[in-house]
Design a protein around this ligand. Structure first.
Ligand SMILES: [Zn+2]
Length: 142
C-alpha cells in the first residue's frame, strides 16, 4: 500500500496539530504524598490552606510537596478579623478547600466572569491555584 503525497501531508498536519495541542494544554501532576496532604483538606468544615511546592514549566506543573502557609490576622475596625495566608517565595502556588464541595470553579459556569478565587490567584503572582473539592481537584495555572 502506498500513501499519496497529499494523505501524507494531511497525516503530518494532523500529527503536528495534536502535538501542538498537547504541548499547549495545561497539565497538572500531583505526586502521591502531596495528593494525600490535599485530601486531608477535605475533612475540614471551614476553609484551610496549604502552600504547594514543585516545578512549573510553561503551563505544566508538577506538585511534589505541600506545607503550611504563614497566617497573619488583623482586626478590621474591631468588628471582625481577617486572616490572610501567604506562602514562601519558593512555593509555586497554594491550595484551599471548599467545604461541601460547593462553588468549585474559577469562572462562573457558562461565563468568562472570574470568581473571587480567580481574581485572588491572578493577583498573587503564583503559578498554580488548586481548589480541593471533595474527591477531585479544580485548578488553574498561569
Ligand atoms: Zn475558594
Amino acid at each position: 500500500m502506498r500513501f499519496s503525497r497529499r494523505s501524507y501531508l494531511v497525516a503530518l498536519a494532523l500529527g503536528l496539530s495534536l502535538a501542538w495541542g498537547t504541548i499547549h494544554t495545561p497539565s497538572l501532576v500531583v505526586l502521591p504524598e502531596a495528593r494525600a496532604s490535599l485530601a486531608v483538606l477535605d475533612v475540614f468544615w471551614t476553609e484551610h490552606f496549604l502552600c504547594l511546592y514543585g516545578v512549573a514549566i510553561d503551563r505544566h506543573v508538577l506538585v511534589t510537596g505541600t506545607g503550611p502557609g504563614i497566617t497573619s490576622t488583623r482586626s478590621r475596625g474591631g468588628k471582625f478579623w481577617i486572616s490572610t495566608v501567604t506562602c514562601p517565595k519558593e512555593a509555586i502556588g497554594s491550595a484551599h478547600n471548599h467545604p461541601n464541595g460547593e462553588r468549585c470553579y474559577f469562572y462562573f459556569p457558562g461565563t468568562v466572569v472570574a470568581t473571587a478565587d480567580e481574581v485572588t490567584f491572578r493577583g498573587s503572582g503564583q503559578r498554580l491555584s488548586i481548589i480541593v473539592c471533595r474527591d477531585h481537584l479544580v485548578w488553574d495555572v498561569q
